[in-house]
Structures are given as structure tokens and as C-alpha cells.
Design a protein around this ligand. Structure first.
Ligand code: TRP
Length: 448
């Protein structure tokens, strides 16, 4: 099996793929709105600290488990386990992550489908197809099913090709596009009336709020969601990294990209909201907080774009293409979790496994689309508020308590020979053992 397994062909390829998984709707949509409703720059500050001090160590645990195991999440966890009880525990954690990834994909693909239909709408309008354009932005059952299926089709198309030709190649194409588009949009919004006020709201910290428990909890939850922790994805991506690479720096680079893109997205979204306000669009909800969630993306921003006339069509196109790309590089990683498991454990050809699993998840997505009013929220809460934190915590427990310290060290040492004397090795084992599980447990407990 070892020989025929795929892997990332280059460091850059891995960074783009892992950053692609991490950077998603959570960064471009979740982070800015959480920032806006949690004291602006105070939230950014706390987020930065927590991302590096807590999410990064947990992220490292998952990458290390994967690279050591050189296999899907379940096999990797079981390779570390030394007795039957631990092997069972490893199965539960690994398989739980895989199910969690599949559940996230089932609702993520619906939202991503909306992003795609909103991206095509300005093109249809430019071409004079007004009726079709209206259909694209009206939330009908047919449109939802068609675009969810279309997005899932794209995800399946990439994952069928495997690690190097699929995930790596497409991440290397899409991620630079995403960063370029984001910067262009920020520059454009910069030039509009009202953006200055938005920058102030975003960048002036209300320091008094830094230690508010709710703010800390939201920031930590957001950091874990953003690094795709607790879903088996980073274990499997870790297993595709060559042994000669330095995981400590690679992990830090991915975290840095994830955090920076979230920060950049805030520079786009919050000023854009204040520009919308300058044009007469309501951006505050009744309770005085900034509008967030789907109303922001599908009401406030489109209102802003349509107020810009013809230019607005191009801006809208750019923005929703950006959202679609961010979603696609995340969704491929979600599908890779279950696919790698079936391919390696059940000896199934990759193409067949990808199509079957992709279609099975699509069936669940369609079920959610039909029962949108309650099921979307239910599946999202189940997977991201319960599944992800619990499994991420168990991964830390696994790495901290079950995995032998000397084995961990010899794994990290590959590609990083001096690590034993580094700050990382002084701090990280202790962190994953005590601090990470406790902090995640606290967040989880609070979110209940
Ligand atoms: N990190 C992604 C984002 O910010 C979302 C995400 C959560 C995810 N869990 C995941 C992506 C698991 C891939 C796999 O939007």
C-alpha cells in the first residue's frame, strides 16, 4: 500500500492544499462578521493569539498523527494505539472525524451552490437574460438542488483525480486566484465613500473587551473551525507530506496564511458594509448589532453591488467567484477524508469510491435542501459545534496521552533534526497534553 499511495509532490503544493482546506466560507464570511459583533480589533487580537497558541498545537497533533501513520485517519490512529482498547478508541476518533467531514460537506455544498448561482447571476444579467438572472438569485427548490449537485460534481471531479493531479494541482491554481481576487476587491472598496468608517470599526480595538469570556470562546471556536480541526482532514493531509519536510514550520505557515486571509477578508467585508450603509442599505439589525449570517452575504452585499450600476455586476461576479473558490478548496478536503478511508481499508479504486461517496453525500444534501428550514441548522450544529470540538479534543488526548513521547519526537525529528532543543519541543508536548484538551473542553461546555 505504501508505494501506491499518493502524496504532495512539493512543499508549495501541500501549503496550498492545507491552506485551501482551512480558508473557506468560515474565513471570508464567518470571521469578519464575528469580528464586527465582538468589538472589532479586540476580537482580531484575541483570535490571533488563540490561533497560534491553541489551534496551531492541535493542528500539529493532527498533522503528526497522519504523517506518522502514512494512512487514512482510522489506520493512522490505530497505528499509534498499543492495545485493543486504544485501537477501539482510535477507531472511534478517526471514524468520527470522517463522518464529521461528510456531514460538513453535506451542508457546505448547499451554501457553496448558492455562491455559484450568485456568481453566474451577473453574467446572465449582462447577457440580457433577466428572467434567468432572477431565477438564479431566488431561493427555489429546483435551483438549490441543481447548484448543490453542480458543486458536488466539481468536488467529485477533482477528488477522482487523486492527491497530486487533483487536490494539489487545483489548490495551486485556485488559491493564488483567491488571494489575487481578494486584494483587488479590497482595493476597489477602499476607493468608495463610507469605507473609512468601516476600517475604523474593524481596526480600532475596544481593549476592554479582550477578556470577555464570550469573546474568547467565539474566537477559539472560530479558530478551530477555520483550521478544519477534528474532521480527519488534517490527518489525511499530513499523511501525504514527505518525511523530509519540516512539519513544525509547514504547520506554522498554513496557520499564518489562514489567519492572514481571515484578516484580509475582514478588510473587505466590514468596510463594504459601511459603504452599503452610505448608500442607504440597512446594515444594523434591530438589536443594534451588525447584520451577519446569510442576510449579510445574500442581502446586504447584493444591495451594495446593485447600487453600483454596471460596475456592480463585475464586482458581484468577482466576490461570488471568490466565495465559490474558497468553498471548493475546502470541500475537496472534506471529501478526501471518507474517500481515503474507503480506498485504503476496503481496497476500492479511487474513482469508484469518490463517485459513490460523493453521490451518497449528495443524497443527504438534497434531503437537507428539501427540509431546509430545520435540517440545515441541525446538521451544521451537530457537526461543527459538537463533532469538531469533541474529535479535535480526542486527537489531542491521543497525541498527548497515548502516543509515546519518544515516538512523537522521532516523528517530528524527520525533516527537523534539531527540534529537540527548540522552543516548540519544550512547549508543545505539554500543551497538547493539558492545555489544548482543557481549552477545547471549556469552549465546548460553554457552547452548550
Ligand atoms: N475551514 C473551513 C472554513 O473556514 C471550514 C471547515 C470546517 C472545513 N471543517 C472543515 C473544511 C473540514 C474542510 C474540512 O470555511
Amino acid at each position: 500500500m505504501g508505494v501506491s499511495r499518493g502524496g504532495f509532490s512539493s512543499r508549495f503544493g501541500f501549503i496550498m492544499a492545507a491552506a485551501g482546506s482551512a480558508v473557506g466560507l468560515g474565513n471570508i464570511w464567518g470571521f469578519p462578521t464575528q469580528t464586527a459583533s465582538n468589538g472589532g480589533a479586540a476580537f482580531v487580537l484575541v483570535y490571533l493569539v488563540l490561533a497560534f497558541c491553541l489551534a496551531y498545537p492541535a493542528f500539529m497533533a493532527e498533522l503528526l498523527i497522519g504523517r506518522y501513520g502514512q494512512a487514512n485517519a482510522v489506520s493512522s490512529m490505530q497505528k499509534i494505539a498499543r492495545n485493543t482498547g486504544q485501537k477501539r478508541f482510535g477507531f472511534v476518533v478517526g471514524f468520527g472525524g470522517i463522518i464529521c467531514a461528510a456531514l460538513i460537506l453535506s451542508f457546505y455544498s448547499i451554501i457553496a451552490g448558492w455562491m455559484m448561482s450568485y456568481a453566474i447571476e451577473p453574467l446572465a444579467r449582462l447577457a440580457g437574460f433577466t428572467g434567468e438572472a432572477d431565477w438564479l438569485i431566488n431561493h427555489s427548490l429546483t435551483r438549490n438542488i441543481i447548484f448543490t449537485a453542480l458543486f458536488m460534481g466539481l468536488t467529485i471531479f477533482i477528488i477522482r483525480r487523486g492527491v497530486e493531479e487533483g487536490i494539489e494541482k487545483w489548490s495551486k491554481r485556485l488559491m493564488p486566484m483567491l488571494i489575487g481576487l481578494l486584494i483587488l476587491l479590497i482595493i476597489y472598496v477602499f476607493t468608495l465613500d463610507g469605507s473609512r468608517e468601516g476600517f475604523n470599526a474593524y481596526l480600532n480595538p475596544d481593549i476592554s473587551r479582550v477578556f470577555e469570556p464570550d469573546l474568547l470562546i467565539s474566537a477559539l471556536g472560530q479558530a478551530f473551525f477555520s483550521l478544519s480541526l477534528g474532521t480527519s482532514v488534517m490527518i489525511i493531509y499530513g499523511s501525504y507530506i514527505a518525511k523530509k519536510e519540516n512539519l513544525v514550520t509547514l504547520g506554522a505557515q498554513v496557520t499564518l496564511i489562514d489567519v492572514s486571509i481571515a484578516f484580509l477578508a475582514g478588510l473587505l467585508i466590514i468596510p463594504a458594509m459601511y459603504v452599503a450603509q452610505a448608500q442607504g442599505v440597512a446594515i444594523f439589525a434591530e438589536d443594534g448589532s451588525l447584520i451577519s449570517g446569510s442576510n449579510l452575504v445574500f442581502t446586504v452585499l447584493p444591495a451594495l453591488f446593485s447600487g453600483m450600476g454596471k460596475v456592480g455586476l463585475f464586482v458581484a461576479f468577482g466576490f461570488f467567484v471568490l466565495m465559490s473558490i474558497a468553498a471548493l478548496t475546502s470541500s475537496i478536503s472534506m471529501l478526501e477524508g471518507p474517500v481515503s478511508f474507503v480506498v485504503e481499508r476496503h481496497d476500492t479504486p479511487r474513482e469508484k469510491a469518490t463517485t459513490l461517496i460523493g453521490l451518497a453525500i449528495l443524497v443527504l444534501s438534497i434531503l437537507i435542501v428539501i427540509n431546509l428550514d430545520w435540517m440545515l441548522d441541525f446538521v451544521a450544529t451537530l457537526s461543527t459545534q459538537y463533532g469538531q470540538p469533541i474529535i479535535a479534543m480526542l486527537c489531542c488526548v491521543f497525541a498527548g496521552w497515548i502516543w509515546h513521547r519518544s515516538d512523537v519526537l522521532s516523528e517530528i525529528k524527520q525533516g527537523n533534526i534539531d527540534v529537540e532543543h527548540s522552543l516548540f519541543w519544550k512547549v508543545w508536548p505539554w500543551y497538547t497534553k493539558f492545555i489544548c484538551p482543557t481549552a477545547i473542553g471549556l469552549v465546548f461546555w460553554h457552547s452548550l
